[in-house]
Ligand binder design. Structure first.
Ligand SMILES: *Cc1c(COP(=O)(O)O)cnc(C)c1O
Length: 396
């Protein structure tokens, strides 16, 4: 099936034509100099996008979840204790993966409507005088709930507690769309995938690792074979790869970072913030609420919208797909059926967002919700016409 409609799922995201074309390469010999011209700019570009001077960028043929696995198996040892909060479907799944690798997860169970519970992290870090906690996990942006957390605040807690734990951050739905400051926050491992902020097909797990993380990888004892960051780091300086690289995707990654840096990271983040505020204005014009409770934690990449009690939110997703060929995200895990999600990250413009808002209105009205057609669109239009930056710049 082919449709020209954009998707409004929080990944995979819409692909700009220029990036689709960049991934479509004739076969090249990845041991030739031509590969160096792809790999090196891709790595350097990612380093800039995560705002780091000297992070080791490692790219595996995998997805974001593969990035979780690579992070924990390279940096930790069996039985190591890690601190994590279960505050959404993605943090839940990361915790599950840690447990399956034999890590001891000190899990904070917290409200899915709230950001990461800093006070609880603080308590546990300060109580851990023996430094048993080897790593602290943070999901920067919970894609299931549209709640973002404050990574910098976790860094401050670690510093205040003089705690040496590694700071591992899932940035799969934030990196390249929302501000991410690897060096300033002293993040030890930042994880993302190709199919979200980088606007590419799925297929790459992208990691940024601090010198401290690379050091930890030397002595970590969990089994790793295919996902060995040491082997990657060893071969990269000569533009080698431990196995056959996904050359087309890497060329896409090089091009994607050129697009993002060409637009300017600040402009990329502002564009996401502006589009998100239009979506939020639409949601309140509909008389609905976001699942996220605190304004300071509203995500700029995905909005989870609560539907009235007794209404199956997933029916909106199913109906919009069947009748209008437009994809929204269903609620996951604890919020299945209670929310539907509007993804607004990656290659997204004001005009595209308006089409998604309009479609959501039609679907909800079709299903009998008391939505006045045009109400959300009008609310978003007011935001966009008052804040629009030059559209030309985003037209790539
Ligand atoms: C999409 C996503 C993942 C999983 O990534 P995959 O590429 O599907 O493996 C993990 N964490 C977050 C926050 C995500 O949005």
């Amino acid at each position: 099936m082919y449709t020209q409609n954009p998707v409004f799922i929080p990944g995979p995201t819409n692909m700009p034509e220029v990036l689709r074309r960049a991934t479509d390469l004739p076969t090249i010999d990845h041991r030739s100099a031509a590969f160096a011209d792809i790999l090196q700019p891709a790595l350097a570009g990612v380093r800039k996008v995560v705002k780091s001077e000297n992070a080791e960028i490692v790219v595996f043929p995998a997805t974001g979840s593969g990035g979780w696995e690579a992070t924990i198996t390279n940096l930790l040892s069996p039985g190591d204790k890690v601190l994590a909060a279960r505050c959404g479907m993605f943090s839940h799944r990361w915790i599950d993966m840690c447990q399956r690798h034999g890590l001891q997860v000190d899990t904070v169970h917290s409200s899915w409507q709230q950001p990461l519970p800093l006070a609880e992290y603080e308590k546990r870090l300060f109580a851990d005088k023996g430094h048993d906690i080897k790593a602290v996990l943070v999901t920067h942006n919970e894609t299931a709930t549209g709640v973002k957390s404050d990574v910098g605040a976790v860094r401050r807690l670690l510093d205040d507690a003089k705690h040496p734990a590694l700071l591992l951050v899932d940035g799969v739905s934030s990196i390249a769309s929302m501000d991410f400051r690897m060096d300033e926050w002293k993040v030890d491992a930042a994880i993302t995938g190709s199919q979200k902020g980088f606007m590419l097909p799925v297929g790459l797990a992208i990691l940024a690792l601090s010198p401290k993380a690379m050091q930890a990888a030397q002595s970590a004892k969990l089994h790793r074979a295919y996902f060995d960051i040491r082997e990657m780091a060893k071969t990269y300086p000569s533009s080698g790869y431990p196995y056959t690289p996904s050359v087309g995707l890497l060329n896409g990654l090089k091009m994607s970072t050129e697009l993002l840096l060409g637009e300017g990271l600040d402009n990329v983040f502002k564009r996401h913030a502006r589009i998100a505020s239009g979506v939020r204005a639409a949601v309140s014009a509909w008389g609905l609420r976001l699942y996220a409770q605190e304004e300071s934690s509203f995500s700029d990449t995905v909005s989870a919208v609560e539907t009235p009690d007794g209404f199956d939110a997933t029916s909106i997703v199913t109906h919009a797909a069947q009748k209008y060929a437009v994809a929204f995200g269903a609620g996951l895990g604890d919020v299945a059926g209670r929310v539907f999600r509007i993804g607004h990250l990656g290659s997204m413009s004001d005009v595209m967002a308006l089409s998604g808002i309009a479609t959501a209105e039609m679907a909800m009205a079709d299903l009998g919700l008391p939505i006045r057609l045009g109400s959300g669109v009008a609310a978003a239009q007011e935001i966009y016409r008052n804040t629009a930056a030059s559209a030309i710049r985003n037209a790539a």
